[in-house]
Write a protein that binds this ligand. Structure first.
Ligand SMILES: [Zn+2]
Length: 137
């Protein structure tokens, strides 16, 4: 987390954009809308707005797209992410199933090998016993 701070802050996507010049010939100031229709939506306004003894111009320009469009975009983004996550989940499930199948096959192989070994051992012991019997007779 700490290592990514320096790279993300230096790129400062929208804030690095130079603000337009308002009708007073001054650089407009970015502000955030607090209206119910556009909550948090950023816009450029006259720097002199709200300052006493100064008459601001009526310069106004939205920075962010309309809230509704942003919501749609966000929703589309979220739906896309969800779909991706679902696909990943499906892929993981398939992988797990494949691994399960492999494990089962390996288990079967081991069991088969074990029985073969056991048979070989009994055969060896049996033949040795028979050989000893033959010697003793
Ligand atoms: Zn102005």
């Amino acid at each position: 987390m700490t290592s990514s701070i320096s790279t993300t802050s230096s790129q400062g996507k929208d804030d690095s954009e130079t603000p337009p010049v308002c009708k007073c010939g001054l650089r407009a100031k970015s502000k955030r809308s607090t209206t119910a229709a556009n909550p948090g939506r950023r816009f450029y306004g006259c720097v002199l707005y709200g300052k006493q003894e100064h008459v601001p111009c009526d310069f106004f320009k939205w920075i962010d797209p309309p809230v509704e469009a942003r919501n749609d975009e966000m929703l589309a983004n979220l739906v896309g992410k969800l779909k991706m996550m679902d696909e990943q989940r499906c892929m993981m499930h398939e992988k797990i199933q494949l691994r399960d199948e492999k494990l089962r096959m390996m288990d079967e192989k081991i069991r088969r090998q074990q029985t073969r070994e056991w048979r070989l051992k009994t055969l060896l012991v049996g033949s040795w016993a028979m050989f000893l019997c033959y010697l003793l007779m």
